[in-house]
Design a binder for this molecule. Structure first.
Ligand code: HEM
Length: 416
């Protein structure tokens, strides 16, 4: 067996916080290897990047997500008891419930709710002067996804709930106060959603049969049991929070339109193929989920390296999306590249890799793409706005990254 290249430093936790999205790639280049071993939080970790690494990472049940993320991060994202923490048959059964919500009609419905809400809000921005697009998007998405899912949300509550979801996303990539704030606010969300599940089950809240609230409240595991209320709430939050997270991509899409105005004419002309390429390039190019973690379930060998049971493995999502062997000039924003993309399930992994039903790949990927398409269409075909002078730099050591000013616009008005 070969020896996995070993990082020199005793512990790389600080380096991870400093190098952020570039942490794994930088070291892969240093060691001329797609794999290296290091220590993070005093624990041995094997870091990997690239298509072949993704293939092994998302292949069957080699790796479990149990014990693969520090608890304060896990609590803010998928949480204990969630589909992501499951393996094998139990995972596939629960995942089927998530995938049953991703029908074309359902995706269209959330897209319509989002676009309607967006149009209503732009009307309200008229007298506001500056509007912070990133914050507005969180609220618009929060309202749209709650309606779609069958979760009651009053207009007065929307801002607060959107802030709670955003704090979970923002806190997941941090240690210290940003993380604690997320945990504190999440406790409120959990109480709110548990109450919704209880009301659906008690018949006090009627929801559409095809809604997510119905699917989760009445989902029965392979033993025929309903989910524990706490776990049902966790799964509901796992639909709501990541949909609010699409605000990060919408903000990056607005930034891309601003920084690459040459892309606009084809979008303004309603070129659907180009719209698809543009949205995919935003998901590839901009930094959002940096990496995912797994732990080896059953030891295996790969490329002459031994992966012992229990080893902690980190897969570089951002670095794989920027791999120059697949993506020519990866640090250039170029939507056209997606015309030639081979639709490979392992070389473009912003939302995980492999098969949506079989692996841990994100079930919300099609919803994400649809919402982004709606957003880009609205920004280019249905409204005018100005982008005043501001600090739009994106710091790659901040996870999750976002333009510093969070994209401020002025004079926003609907044109059609
Ligand atoms: C903002 C865009 C999004 C990004 C960047 C994203 C990213 C990801 C990634 C990387 C994974 C795989 C994690 C792993 O391998 O362990 C994942 C899983 C998951 N995502 Fe997303 N996601 C997004 C949007 C959504 C949406 C809109 C939903 C639901 C409507 C969703 C629900 C989930 C769930 C339930 C899982 C766990 C799947 C499983 O373990 O089988 N995500 N997401």
């Amino acid at each position: 067996m070969s020896q996995i290249p070993r990082d020199r430093s005793l512990d790389s936790t600080l380096a991870l916080l400093l190098d952020g999205y570039r942490f794994i790639s930088k070291r892969c280049e240093r060691y001329r290897s797609d794999i290296f071993e290091t220590r993070l939080m005093l624990t041995k970790a094997v870091c990997m990047r690239g298509e072949e690494a993704a293939r092994i990472f998302y292949d069957g049940d080699r790796l479990t997500r149990q014990g693969a993320m520090p608890v304060p991060v896990l609590k803010l994202l998928q949480d204990k008891g969630s589909v992501q923490q499951m393996d094998g048959q139990a995972h596939r059964h629960r995942k089927r419930m998530f995938m049953s919500l991703m029908t074309p009609a359902s995706i269209q419905q959330i897209g319509d709710l989002f676009a309607d809400q967006w149009r209503t809000r732009v009307g309200m921005w008229k007298d506001r002067g500056e509007v912070v697009l990133h914050e507005e998007m969180q609220e618009i998405l929060c309202i749209a996804v709650c309606r779609w899912a069958g979760v009651p949300l009053t207009a007065a509550e929307a801002k607060q709930r959107a802030r709670e979801f955003a704090a979970m996303i923002d806190g997941a990539g941090a240690v210290g106060p940003r993380n604690w704030r997320g945990l504190l606010l999440r406790a409120r969300t959990e109480r709110w959603i548990r109450d919704v599940i209880e009301k659906v089950r008690a018949g006090e809240l009627t929801v559409a049969e095809e809604s997510a609230a119905h699917a989760i409240a009445w989902y029965r595991d392979p033993d025929g049991e309903l989910l524990d209320t706490k776990v049902a709430a966790v799964e509901m939050i796992n639909l709501l929070r990541p949909t609010v997270a699409v605000a990060w991509y919408v903000t990056f899409a607005a930034l891309a339109l601003h920084e690459h105005p040459a892309c606009r004419p084809r979008l303004e002309a309603g070129d659907g193929d180009y719209l698809e390429c543009f949205v995919q390039e935003v998901r590839r190019f901009y930094p959002f989920f940096p990496l995912v973690g797994g732990r080896v379930q059953n030891g295996f060998e790969w490329k002459g390296y031994h992966f012992a049971q229990g080893i902690w493995v980190l897969l570089d999502l951002y670095g794989t999306n920027h791999d120059a062997r697949v993506w020519d000039e990866p640090d250039v924003f170029r939507p056209e590249r997606f015309r030639r993309w081979d639709r490979n399930a392992f070389n473009f992994i912003s939302q995980g890799g492999g098969d949506h039903h079989e692996s841990h790949r994100c079930p919300g990927e099609w919803i994400t793409i649809e919402l982004m398409k709606r957003a880009v269409t609205l920004l280019t075909m249905a409204m005018d706005y100005d982008v005043p002078e501001q600090d739009l730099r994106v710091d790659l050591s901040r996870m999750p990254a976002i333009p510093k000013s969070r994209f401020v616009i002025t004079n926003a008005r609907l044109t059609r």
